[in-house]
Design a protein around this ligand. Structure first.
Ligand code: SAH
Length: 246
């Protein structure tokens, strides 16, 4: 039932945390675990997974953040330090409600034990999830953060079920609303950068960071993305003609 929702753990350094996170997921009905360059997955992971070792053994191990989220159209980054990201900030309950109304693949990304998520990773997330903990001591253990977020997903699922509403099937008939996934957005950002660099408009990464934020906030649909690509291609074509003429 939660097959379209994945938990992504970035560069986890304590193998036991992977097992505890798997256990946290399974108790709440989640099964899709993606591990980005974990230090190791070992006996300790399996021991702490208890009966959830199937989630550890079936985990997708990938080497980059981009690879883990490539086919996801909604990416949520969990961090204790997000006060500067007001407009995209969600609490665990709001986050679960949003997810319950969403079609397409969803990634909820958790950071490294020591340093959390990097800024460039946070920039690739549509929303930012923060557990409103004690402001003087706000950092939860990784697996406990996974537990809390998974619990809220389950609560949203149970509430929807009670109302006879199928989680993940919301708006499914409306194909025109299919959102572009992370890989498609990445192609688009590269295309934008190429065209506007050649026009001399983009000279540094600051502009691209702002544009990434803007387009991610807009939750671009596939047909809209085609129009944006079309506009860029029209500019490229005209530039080529100008280059030939001159
Ligand atoms: N020292 C790190 C904390 C890492 S805890 C830091 O300052 O960022 C490991 C991961 O657990 C975090 O990257 C985040 O994904 C999750 N996490 C821990 N506490 C959280 C909180 N209060 N809200 C949301 N996510 C949290």
């Amino acid at each position: 039932m939660f097959d379209h929702i994945r938990i992504v753990l970035i560069e986890t350094s304590h193998s036991g945390n992977i097992g505890s996170a798997a256990r946290a997921m399974k108790t709440m009905g989640l099964s899709q675990l993606y591990l980005v360059s974990p230090k190791s997955v070992d006996k300790q992971s399996l021991a702490l997974a208890a009966g959830a070792d199937d989630i550890v053994t079936n985990a997708h191990i990938v080497s980059s953040f981009d690879e883990a989220i490539a086919d996801c159209s909604l990416v949520i980054g969990a961090s204790a330090r997000l006060r500067h990201l007001q407009s995209t900030l969600l609490g665990p309950r709001e986050c679960a409600e949003k997810i319950s109304l969403y079609q397409g693949n969803i990634a909820i990304v958790f950071g490294r034990e020591r340093v959390g998520l990097r800024n460039e990773e946070l920039l690739k997330c549509h929303y930012h999830l923060t557990i409103p903990a004690n402001p003087d001591y706000s950092s939860l253990n990784l697996a406990m953060a996974v537990q809390l977020v998974s619990y809220e997903l389950r609560m949203a699922f149970l509430a929807n079920k009670e109302n006879g509403f199928s989680f993940s099937l919301a708006n499914k008939s409306d194909e025109s609303k299919k959102h572009a996934n992370a890989q498609e957005m990445e192609y688009f950002f590269k295309h934008t950068e190429r065209v506007y660099k050649s026009l001399g408009f983009i000279k540094n990464q600051g502009v691209m960071q702002k544009l990434r934020r803007l387009y991610n906030r807009a939750s671009v649909e596939e047909n809209e993305l085609n129009i944006l690509h079309g506009m860029l291609s029209a500019v490229e074509k005209r530039l080529e003609l100008l280059n030939i003429d001159s």
